[in-house]
Design a protein around this ligand. Structure first.
Ligand code: HEM
Length: 269
């Protein structure tokens, strides 16, 4: 498939899926992930996790034998694993097409990587102004899935059809397949943390498809600027001023309610 026909296919799929599922964008919110993207993400996630769980049971029955009964016992777990993997690969291929454009590596991502310590320690209240739809870390995760996806496929097929290929290629495949799985497991743990606890407001983008404007100008300022035409720094300053104003009003109100602060009130104890 050429790039343009892949793009055309992707655009049509977005339109078709938009007819099945709705995405409501309320005031103060922005559309982040359309229905098709959400469908692909959760299909990839489900089949990746099924592959991971069945893979664990095969990799180390000593540690993970408790997983096998979930899939109908040891032999069935072994039989299901390559099929789960294959379905994961197929869904990821569509996700790859869907996300290829925003995942292209840029100078901004190189700069993001240099600032990674600040990102991890939450030093900055706002992301740097050049961070677009995805940041460098998200792009790295995506490309790690793409590379390990190819490795999983090649080594998986060699192990699946081990009677048709040389022994050494099967032996190498075991090592490469397991190393790729470990890299992906580490990546997934970080990914889940980033998509939930580290950045509140991110998870909903994969559920109802939207994020708040505040989330957008905080974590992806260049994307915010591109779709709203507004300045993320100005939006931040405005929100800070409003917050200070709200706090001041709340303090005044509390003071008014507190009888000890009322001048000349003789009911004060
Ligand atoms: C099961 C728990 C998971 C949760 C809670 C989760 C959550 C999310 C969320 C909220 C986003 C959107 C981030 C944004 O818009 O900035 C996202 C994006 C993404 N997800 Fe997941 N995800 C999960 C599993 C997976 C799995 C298993 C894979 C693939 C193996 C995956 C691959 C991706 C990729 C490539 C992206 C785009 C880049 C990124 O945001 O890191 N996710 N995920």
């Amino acid at each position: 498939m050429s790039t343009t026909s892949a793009e055309q296919f992707d655009r049509k799929a977005r339109r078709d899926f938009a007819r099945f599922g709705k995405t409501r964008v309320y005031q103060g919110e922005l559309l982040r992930h359309p229905v098709y993207t959400r469908f692909l993400h959760w299909s990839v996630a489900i089949f990746f996790i099924l592959s991971l769980l069945t893979g664990f049971a095969i990799y180390s029955p000593w540690l993970f034998r408790w997983l096998a009964p979930l899939f109908g016992g040891g032999p069935r777990t072994r039989a299901l694993h390559p099929w789960f993997g294959l379905v994961f690969e197929i869904f990821f291929l569509f996700q790859f097409i869907n996300w290829f454009a925003p995942m292209v590596w840029t100078q901004a991502d190189r700069r993001w990587l240099r600032r990674i310590k600040k990102y991890v320690t939450n030093d900055d209240r706002l992301e740097s102004e050049d961070v677009g739809f995805f940041n460098g870390g998200q792009k790295l995760y995506f490309w790690a899935i793409a590379v390990t996806g190819v490795l999983f496929l090649i080594t998986g097929l060699l192990m699946w059809f081990d009677d048709l290929v040389p022994r050494w290629s099967v032996a190498v495949s075991y090592v490469v397949h397991d190393l790729a799985a470990l890299v992906m497991l580490g990546g997934l743990i970080i990914h889940i943390y980033e998509g939930t606890a580290h950045q509140p407001g991110t998870f909903r983008s994969m559920i109802d498809g939207t994020v708040t404007e505040k989330w957008a100008w905080t974590h992806h300022p260049a994307w915010y600027r591109a779709i709203t035409g507004r300045d993320p720094r100005e939006a931040y300053e405005r929100s800070k001023r409003r917050q200070v104003e709200r706090e001041r009003k709340a303090e005044n109100w509390e003071r008014e309610q507190d009888p000890r602060e009322r001048v000349g009130d003789d009911r004060v104890p």
